[in-house]
Design a protein around this ligand. Structure first.
Ligand SMILES: NC(=O)c1ccc[n+]([C@@H]2O[C@H](COP(=O)([O-])OP(=O)(O)OC[C@H]3O[C@@H](n4cnc5c(N)ncnc54)[C@H](OP(=O)(O)O)[C@@H]3O)[C@@H](O)[C@H]2O)c1
Length: 263
């Protein structure tokens, strides 16, 4: 059987990233696991090597540090064995933006936007040259509902959704697959890290992380560009897309709309 190549997963030490690593190893991918916590990454690497018999490498990086992001980017550009990048590392802000520390918000933007953008663009450039490769960007349903949760976090995830939609148009003709995954509430460590908890949400709104990743991978297998694991009916997404695209012809015109009273 042909090798699937290597999957590089960011934020692989816990939650969604660790679960992707598990599932991808069991599909037969070799792995490069990226996060800050070397001990946890090495423990996961040892387990996956033993259970799945794949090669697993640990690449520690703090993706809020530009020099560390460059190291991961260099690896993606230089390693022709990498066929899949799961751009997953991310954090939430603990408070609404109106109360937040602006420096903490910028750190979140470094991780959720600047690093994710750099790795997605680097992967799309090398994959386009090779004529193949897959990029999975972990966004969030808050990209669609910015009226809920915290402003800057929501905006970082809207950036990832928008970037994926643009990347898909640019990279697909070069043989590159791109997918944005929009999880709803998913039981991981993300709120604990922000001093909060999933206990404040009704249990029927919170998905198990294994189910989330299994559905996201099924969406990838089915050729979806946007995967919303919770959404029962994809026709709802298609209606939204059609309504958005229908605005197109009227979004850039020589004259302002009549309601503004500009002659
Ligand atoms: N859980 C949800 O409800 C939910 C919903 C929608 C979207 N998401 C998105 O899903 C993604 C994964 O989150 P999760 O829920 O799995 O959270 P998680 O359990 O807290 O995992 C976050 C991962 O990111 C890594 N990370 C955090 N800061 C980092 C940094 N500065 N540099 C490198 N890696 C860093 C962490 O590892 P280290 O601490 O070892 O660095 C960890 O592996 C995020 O992008 C998040 O926005 C989550």
């Amino acid at each position: 059987m042909a090798s699937l190549g290597t999957a590089l997963v960011t934020g692989a030490s816990s939650g969604i990233g660790a679960t992707y690593a598990d599932r991808l190893a069991k599909r037969g991918y070799d792995l490069v696991l990226v996060a800050r916590d070397r001990q946890r990454l090495e423990a996961l690497a040892a387990r996956l090597t033993a259970e799945a018999g794949v090669a697993v490498e640990v690449l520690t990086a703090d993706l809020t540090e530009r020099s560390d992001v460059r190291r991961v980017e260099d690896r993606i550009r230089a390693d022709a064995a990498i066929t899949l990048v799961v751009n997953n590392a991310g954090m939430v802000s603990p408070t609404p933006l109106i109360e937040a520390d602006i420096d903490e918000l910028e750190t979140m933007i470094e991780l959720n936007v600047v690093a994710a953008h750099r790795l997605a663009v680097a992967a799309s450039q090398v994959f386009a040259k090779r004529g193949k490769g897959t990029i999975v960007n972990i966004a969030s349903v808050v990209a669609l509902i910015p009226e809920q949760f915290h402003g800057t976090y929501n905006a970082t995830k809207a950036f990832i959704l928008n970037l994926t939609q643009s990347l898909n148009v640019e990279a697909a003709p070069h043989g590159v697959r791109v997918q944005a995954v929009l999880p709803g509430l998913t039981r991981t460590e993300i709120f604990d890290r922000a001093g909060s908890s999933f206990d404040r949400f009704p249990p029927d709104r919170v998905m198990d992380v294994g189910d989330l990743v299994d559905a996201a991978l099924a969406g990838l297998d089915q050729g979806e560009t946007i995967t919303v694991p919770s959404l029962p009916d994809t026709a709802d997404w298609q209606v939204l897309t059609a309504a958005r695209l229908a605005l197109g012809p009227n979004l850039s015109r020589a004259k302002p709309a009549a309601r503004y009273g500009v002659a």
